[in-house]
Design a protein around this ligand. Structure first.
Ligand code: ADP
Ligand code: MG
Length: 685
């Protein structure tokens, strides 16, 4: 439960003075529901006030600072406002209008005495008007700040109102003990949390307070991940050490790359420990992760345990099985598959084999972790394409068991280092940074879709020479049905040209079994062209296919394009990727496609994608709702996440229960950023 001291901050906005249902509704549109949301709704910049000698058309609607001399007071009767007429420096008459507090207004604006007024200049009939101006003594006028913090607004809330609300919310900010390592705080010259918040609201352009607040947020993220790690590794795992009797018999037509060798070494090192492994394996498409996974699984089997490999889609699960089955059978390792499609007898026999230990390796989709799937001795879980599984799912996997299995997560999405930190910070990272030898880099062309006819002609020549090709149609609409229809149209066109039986189609609306059938006929060469929506994005391996055409390429993320391009260039033939672009291409759109043409470096592409589109797209977490940062910018994260990780680690090393004074403060920081679940982990342990 959240500590009491934070309750005022987490109160609904209605609790603030003068906030009724109208404002509440308006604030909700900005997702500002509680005082703390307002506190962290930082101004984004400043508005400039204009110091002017007199009112003029050009200043209409702007915030002006004018010297005026009041000449007449017209008191309001009934509900009519008080009006004070004044002359500006050009002898215009200006109406200063007050709907409330007339006595105060009259005192502020005595007749025939020059004053400075500040407010938004309106036209009222023929006259200039300022409603509720701020009034300042001339003496002070030179000190009028010509800048004012501006907030993100919505209809029904003025900037002034938003600022008042922010200030009211700020009053609820309690004094809290410091959670940042004192030496870091000193070195960076950061203000304390409370002072930092106040300063960020009063001076949006000052960088130190903002940095500090960004750091808090990143620190909470890192601390939560480190707690996750602590919990995941608190239970004893089972050390697994192979003797090479199986892996030694593998018949490989090639040698491991140095990178593969290094990485498998790291994995074996982890598996030999009695702490469960938590390792993320990153390697670009085609870098040979499957073999690494197999070696890790054989390590487990040699040590008398079972291994399970989790794939994100059925197609991928079947492909893994097909690849691994051959190798496993040759060395007497028993492998099985379990997806939503295995039913009845087949399913029963798999379940039995898992329970009695006659199955060594299980490949499958998430079906392999359903309730009634019991393993005799599960020692290792491999998750392929990790980015589709969130933090909570990872935790679930290890929480179930008394002795959690070792966990190896693999991803072909090159994840920029900063994102690795903020999303997989609890894991150790291995990278395969080297491609198997003998690959010819894929040649990438960007072609206008006006030349569709030429491209189809080219495809014809490619097919005539015995080649195969992917044709990718984008997911454009929100509706899969419409996208599927577009893909069907394209398939129809290509079938007219190349023949009914040479063109296959897979899309997201098809049943798994049907998709598999089409994939299978493409893989065995019956089909020349595979028309697909992005379902082929991940992992599919057909080495004879050396051409990929991507329609509407500008609509894809760069990382996605890179994945798609990774479908080709797997065989000996020189490969090509044709990016068909639309007519209306923005400047960035052009730059992005140019980058694809220029580089094959997945990490460079990922960094660029991160810069252009934000983390949700790369990690595929937009739907799963893993939260993004509120205060911290991408640059802040890049700069501060490594620092925060070190800080969080150090704190937990010294004080794993977060019981010390600083530990207690850090708990508050977790609550502030709603990492309640992370604190919960602490309790349960
Ligand atoms: P990914 O990392 O994308 O999962 P794969 O494991 O599918 O890559 O490997 C891509 C291709 O490279 C496969 O056909 C595989 O047999 C081959 N391969 C893997 N390791 C090597 C190696 N050391 N030398 C040559 N080819 C390799
Ligand atoms: Mg793979």
């Amino acid at each position: 439960m959240r500590p009491e001291i934070l309750n005022p901050l987490f109160a609904e906005v209605e609790a603030l003075k003068g906030v009724g249902p109208g404002i509440t509704k308006a604030l909700a549109r900005l997702d500002l529901k509680r005082a703390i949301d307002l506190v962290y709704h930082l101004p984004t910049g400043t508005i400039d006030r204009v110091r002017a000698p007199h009112a003029s058309q050009a200043l209409l609607g702007r915030i002006v600072v004018l010297d005026v001399t009041p000449v007449e007071v017209r008191a309001g009767s009934g509900k009519a406002p008080l009006r004070i007429f004044a002359r500006d420096g050009d002898d215009n008459t200006l109406t200063l209008t007050f709907f409330n507090n007339p006595a105060w207004a009259k005192r502020q604006l005595p007749l025939h005495q020059k004053r400075t007024v500040i407010g938004k200049l309106d036209a009222y009939g023929q006259e200039w008007q300022i409603v509720h101006p701020e009034v300042i003594d001339l003496v002070m006028a030179s000190e009028v700040a010509l800048r004012e913090p501006v907030y993100g607004l919505t209809e029904g809330i003025s900037n002034k109102r938003m600022r008042e609300l922010a200030l009211a919310a700020l009053e609820r900010v309690p004094q809290l003990a410091e959670w940042i390592e004192p030496s870091l705080l000193g070195r960076e010259r950061w203000p304390a949390w409370r002072a930092g918040l106040a300063e960020a609201h009063s001076d949006p352009n000052s960088t130190l307070p903002r940095k500090r607040l960004a750091y808090d947020e990143i620190f909470a993220n890192q601390l939560a991940l480190m707690l996750l790690r602590q919990v995941a590794r608190r239970k004893r795992g089972v050390p697994l050490q192979g003797d090479g009797r199986l892996s030694g018999k593998l018949q490989l037509p090639y040698r491991l790359t140095n990178a593969q060798q290094r990485v498998i070494g790291e994995i074996r090192g982890d598996m030999a420990q009695d702490k469960p492994m938590l390792r993320l394996l990153q390697g670009d498409v085609g870098s040979g992760k499957t073999l690494v996974a197999l070696l890790a699984m054989l390590e487990a089997v040699e040590a008398g345990a079972q291994a399970a490999m989790l794939a994100p889609t059925e197609i991928l699960a079947r492909q893994h099985q097909a690849t691994l089955q051959r190798q496993c059978e040759a060395i007497g390792v028993r492998i099985a598959i379990l997806t939503g499609r295995e039913k009845g007898r087949t399913r029963e026999s798999v379940l039995m084999g898992l329970a009695d230990g006659s199955i060594d390796i299980l490949i499958g989709t998430h079906a392999i972790f359903q309730q009634h799937v019991a393993y005799k001795k599960l020692g290792l879980i491999v998750i392929d394409e990790q980015h589709r599984f969130g933090v909570s799912q990872r935790l679930l996997l290890s929480e179930k068991a008394e002795h959690p299995p070792h966990l190896l997560a693999m991803t072909a999405t090159p994840i920029p280092r900063t994102l690795t930190l903020t999303h997989y910070g609890e894991m150790d990272v291995s990278r395969i940074d080297e491609m198997p030898p003998g690959r010819t880099p894929v040649e990438t062309l960007v072609i206008s879709d006006q030349k569709l006819g030429d491209v189809i002609d080219g495809l014809g020549r490619h097919l005539a020479a015995g080649g195969q090709a992917y044709w990718v149609c984008p997911l454009v609409e929100e509706s899969e049905a419409i996208d599927a229809a577009a893909a069907e149209d394209r398939a129809r066109l290509l079938r007219c040209r190349f023949g009914e039986d040479r063109v296959g189609l897979v899309h997201g609306r098809m049943k798994g079994a049907d998709k598999d059938d089409v994939m299978a006929s493409f893989a065995n060469g019956d089909l020349g062209v595979l028309v697909a929506t992005t379902v082929i994005e991940v992992g599919v391996d057909v080495p004879n296919s050396s051409l990929i055409i991507v329609e509407g390429a500008e609509r894809f993320g760069l990382a996605q394009l890179h994945q798609l391009r990774g479908r080709v260039g797997r065989g000996a033939a020189a490969s090509r990727c044709i990016l068909l672009r639309g007519q209306q291409l923005s400047e960035t759109g052009r730059a992005r496609l140019a980058l694809m043409r220029e580089t094959n470096d997945g990490f460079r592409i990922a960094e660029e994608d991160l810069r252009l589109r934000g983390p949700g797209e790369i990690l595929g977490t937009r739907q799963s709702g893993e939260q993004a940062f509120k205060v911290a910018s991408q640059e802040d994260v890049a700069e501060l996440a490594p620092v925060a990780q070190g800080d969080a680690r150090l704190l937990l090393d010294r004080d794993g229960g977060l019981a010390s004074e600083r530990g207690q403060a850090a708990r508050l920081c977790l609550y502030l950023f709603e990492r309640d679940a992370a604190v919960g982990l602490l309790r349960s342990g």
